[in-house]
Design a protein around this ligand. Structure first.
Ligand SMILES: Cc1cc2nc3c(=O)[nH]c(=O)nc-3n(C[C@H](O)[C@H](O)[C@H](O)COP(=O)(O)OP(=O)(O)OC[C@H]3O[C@@H](n4cnc5c(N)ncnc54)[C@H](O)[C@@H]3O)c2cc1C
Length: 213
């Protein structure tokens, strides 16, 4: 029997696995994807906010925004200013191919077999205006991947697993780390820290248990 089973080999799972190994625990890591890394596999921006990770992989955000496949991009969002990190916001604002509509909402998508137009309502306008487009990319909201625990572990109103300061869920000895339990600040450093915390708590509990028996 394994001491620990880790579901998911993203930053949190890998950090927990490294710590479990360091602490001498027999650990099995299950990953549904073909590769380990989780979201890190999709991060094409430099990760400059995690110590030890070099700013590599220079795919720029504007590339992400389809500058290579579309002549122009219109970014519609509800806020007064872009909520993206400054480095990204500056790139968007400095790219003549990207038009930003602040305080605006997408009211409709129109077309037949292909998208042909959208309607955008700008704050203060009485009615939306129609704009011809060749594609729509919806990037709204994030959902935690916690269905596996539905009806078993407590979740908050948005479906994120609720954990204690020890990263333990409401089910004894079931721990959660990373984005699945961190709606406020989903980051590589947060995921790694939480994975390490969970591993250390598990190790100390197992040590205590073996001393008692
Ligand atoms: C485009 C982008 C840019 C980002 N930029 C930054 C940045 O600059 N700095 C920063 O700190 N953070 C950044 N982040 C956020 C950061 O990548 C995440 O917070 C972090 O990687 C989350 O790690 P995680 O282990 O919690 O989750 P994930 O990376 O999502 O890993 C979860 C893993 O679990 C696996 N899994 C899920 N369910 C199962 C199952 N039932 N069985 C087996 N395996 C399962 C998944 O396949 C996945 O591999 C960025 C994220 C994105 C998408």
């Amino acid at each position: 029997m394994h001491d620990v089973i880790i579901i998911g080999a993203g930053a949190a799972g890998l950090s927990a696995a490294l710590w479990c190994d360091e602490l001498g625990l027999d650990t099995l890591v299950l990953e549904q994807g073909a590769e380990v890394g989780g979201q890190l596999l999709n991060v094409h921006n430099p990760i400059g906010n995690y110590p030890g990770v070099e700013a590599a992989n220079g795919t720029e955000l504007r590339d992400l925004f389809a500058a290579q496949v579309a002549a122009t991009v219109t970014l519609v969002h509800r806020g007064k200013t872009l909520g993206a990190r400054r480095e990204f916001a500056e790139k968007i604002q400095g790219d003549h191919r990207i038009t930003v509509f602040n305080e605006a909402t997408l009211e409709g998508i129109f077309g037949g077999e292909r998208v042909e137009a959208v309607e955008i309502l700008r704050r203060g306008a009485l009615k939306p205006f129609r704009m011809a487009v060749r594609g729509v990319l919806v990037r709204v909201g994030v959902e935690p991947n916690a269905e596996l625990f539905a009806g078993q572990a407590h979740t908050d109103e948005r479906g994120y697993l609720v954990v204690s300061g020890e990263q333990e869920t409401s089910v004894e000895n079931v721990f959660a780390a990373g984005d699945i339990s961190n709606p406020l600040a989903p980051t590589v450093s947060g995921a790694c820290g939480a994975g390490a915390t969970a591993a250390k708590i598990i190790a100390s509990r197992l040590t205590l248990k073996s001393r008692e028996s």
